[in-house]
Design a protein around this ligand. Structure first.
Ligand SMILES: [Zn+2]
Length: 327
């Protein structure tokens, strides 16, 4: 994991050059599923498509432009529809950014196709299909036929399939049952949901199953002066979850944005994980069995960008990619 993540960071750096010098067409080429996956039995959709949650959970640029790497949390001027001929919108972001279900529904088909690379298909209750393509990883918790709610973690943003020579992005399409070519422009729905891109907070790897007192003091780099926000109910009544050798509490909002406070048993201080490192840790790197474990200090500025130390290693963010290292 150590060397692999390090290489991912290097690869993204190289692609920054490629992306800047690449024609827009190369970034938005057709990403349609294979023909064998089309032509499903046609049925009318029974209600409009909907997108309560933005599918990229983190900073992003919806639509290629000259400032594609100027990722933002909130709806921005750089967000444009680039549906044109390729029947979907491309959403650029850091490789490894969490991808979540924009709408509830059932997982359909498998998780790979030649054009989309690693993909997820979700069919909602009205017959609309939502297509997530070019993922770097697909969550191993997903299974075909499974029902997922909006916001469910699907995997991470990448550049697989025919996006292998482009900047990392999510290709996202919405189309009526089985008919990709009849797809609608997802941009208006994306735009309406864009405000949720960085606000869906959760620890996906807690073991749950108990009630624990809220963590009232959580050390942050601002010395605790910043508000941690409201404890977030991430599925079940308790807001604080048992997690291995301690407890964790997700917080929504607050002056530092979405964050997680983590208190190890016997430790006198709960440490906050927040910002880009929080995104990497909560969704990708800090799962049960991860070598990282609990944070042992606050985030700080290193020569290569923000860094936070954990029990077994550390996470860095260089502005374009996450990396984790074992001590
Ligand atoms: Zn695309």
């Amino acid at each position: 994991m150590n060397s692999k993540l390090g290489m991912a960071a290097i690869a993204v750096g190289a692609l920054l050059t490629t992306g800047c010098g690449t024609e827009e067409d190369a970034l938005t080429e057709a990403h349609r599923p294979e023909g064998s996956e089309l032509g499903q039995a046609e049925q009318l959709t029974t209600c409009p498509a909907a997108l309560p949650v933005y599918p990229v959970n983190g900073r992003h640029n919806n639509g290629y432009d000259a400032t594609w790497a100027n990722w933002q949390c909130t709806p921005s001027a750089s967000s444009v529809s680039n549906t044109d001929s390729h029947l979907g919108n491309d959403i650029f972001g850091a490789k490894g950014t969490p991808i979540v279900a924009g709408q509830a529904g059932h997982i359909r088909l498998g998780f790979t196709d030649p054009t989309g690379g690693k993909v997820v298909y979700i069919q909602d209750g009205c017959g609309w299909w939502y297509y997530y393509a070019h993922l770097d990883t697909v969550s191993t918790a997903l299974a075909v036929g499974q029902f997922v709610s909006a916001g469910t973690y699907l995997g991470t943003l990448g550049q697989t399939g025919n996006a292998s020579g482009t900047a990392p992005h999510l290709h996202f399409s919405i189309y009526p049952d089985g008919n990709y070519n009849a797809g609608i422009d997802p941009y208006p729905l994306l735009r309406a949901a864009e405000g949720t891109a960085c606000s869906t907070s959760r620890v996906g790897r807690d073991s749950g199953g108990g009630f624990y007192g809220a963590i009232s003091t959580c050390h942050s780099r601002n010395g605790g002066a910043a508000a941690a926000g409201t404890p977030f109910d991430n599925g079940g009544t308790p807001h604080v979850h048992r997690w291995g050798a301690g407890v964790v509490q997700d917080n929504n909002g607050g002056t530092l944005g979405p964050n997680t406070c983590m208190l190890k048993d016997g430790a006198g201080t709960a440490w906050m994980v927040r910002g880009s490192i929080w995104t990497a840790y909560v969704y990708q790197l800090g799962g049960s069995g991860s070598f990282l474990g609990y944070p042992i200090g606050e985030e700080f500025a290193s020569a290569t960008g923000p860094r936070q130390n954990f029990e077994g290693g550390y996470i860095t963010w260089n502005g374009s990619a996450f990396a984790a290292f074992r001590y």
